[in-house]
Design a protein around this ligand. Structure first.
Ligand code: TA6
Length: 314
């Protein structure tokens, strides 16, 4: 396929929504909707889907799309004056005609630059001017790389403050057989207990009931181990100190209208985030937050977090 690889393809997706397909030479691919600036699919070289998208996902604006990687900005959760998880996931993003230069050491050509700017409507609830630039790329080994740059473009001299998350829905075979490594012994805020602060006890995180926790100041590498599929996702992050882990389990799942019966078993949200200490930007200042997710083979084990390469060479 290599000579004919179309690295970036523009086409229309569900309900005619505009989407972009990225492909890299080894066969990995990703699909991104301009609606939400949202990654909706990430497939490996065997064509296996690595992200979860609900069979009941609504691809009808202004609903957000249940699955893939929604962007939570300028507010994570309901804590603040805005709607749950802010508005970036419910807006139409544009192709960025003037992306900033990226330091790159590879010949990678499978990438797209998107931009979201303030609108009159949003200014009623969040009275700020900003430019949110998002680069989404497939690395040479198929890794999915996302870089967000948010700049305060206020002309009234005012700072603004925001929280943020890449709300990644990983596809897992059976949530009961999944383990997360990298969050043991950390402090977390429990969303199921009014955001009370606790310290994680014991070994790796496993799942047997509803979980909705914000782990604080985590390591930059987290591993999500899918025993049944013999696959591990390694999540690396930069500029995003926190990590949210969410699975609604059976009872809560039934209250979520755009989640199919039993689908909670096949999804796990692990979100690179900045929540505990919100970011404040003065006019002219820019913030950057990156995540890189890579599937690694089943032979992976603790302490061997992806020895193949250096982080963030793109
Ligand atoms: O990411 C955790 C969380 O805030 C949960 O509390 C849960 O509500 C989830 O997000 C999904 O939110 P959504 O608005 O997409 O239904």
């Amino acid at each position: 396929m290599s000579r004919q690889t179309v690295y970036v393809q523009h086409c229309s997706g569900v309900n005619g929504l505009e989407k972009i397909i990225l492909r890299e030479v080894r066969g990995f691919s990703a699909e991104i909707y301009l609606y939400g600036g949202q990654v909706i699919s990430w497939k490996n070289d065997l064509g296996e889907e690595l992200l979860f998208v609900s069979s009941k996902a609504s691809f009808k604006p202004p609903n957000s799309i249940r699955g893939g990687i929604p962007i939570c900005f300028p507010q994570f959760s309901i804590h603040g004056s805005l709607q749950q998880h802010g508005f970036a996931r419910n807006r139409f993003w544009a192709l960025d005609p003037n992306p900033p230069p990226f330091p790159t050491t590879s010949t990678n050509r499978a990438f797209i630059d998107l931009i979201l700017r303030h609108s009159e409507d949003d200014a009623k609830n969040w009275p700020h001017r900003y430019e949110f630039r998002l680069r989404i790329a497939l690395g040479p080994a198929g890794d999915l790389l996302m870089t967000s740059r948010i700049r305060n473009t206020n002309t009234d001299g005012k700072s603004f403050t925001f929280t943020f998350a890449y709300n990644t829905y990983f596809s897992v075979t059976d949530i009961s057989e999944v383990r997360i490594e990298g969050l043991e012994t950390l402090d977390y805020l429990d969303n199921l207990k009014n955001r009370e602060r606790f310290t994680e006890q014991g070994d790796a995180i496993t799942f047997e009931s509803e979980v909705d926790k914000v782990y604080l100041r985590t390591p930059t590498k987290i591993a999500i181990i899918d025993h049944e599929r013999k696959r591990t996702f390694v999540l690396r992050k930069d500029g995003l100190p926190d990590a949210v882990v969410w699975n609604p389990w059976d009872k809560k799942a039934k209250t979520i209208s755009d989640l199919g019966d039993g689908e909670y078993k096949h999804m796990l949200c692990v979100q690179a985030a900045c929540i505990e200490n919100p970011i404040t930007l003065k006019p002219g200042e820019e913030w950057k937050g990156r995540q890189e997710i890579s599937p690694v083979p089943s032979s992976y084990c603790s302490g061997q977090l992806d020895p193949r390469k250096v982080l963030f060479t793109y």
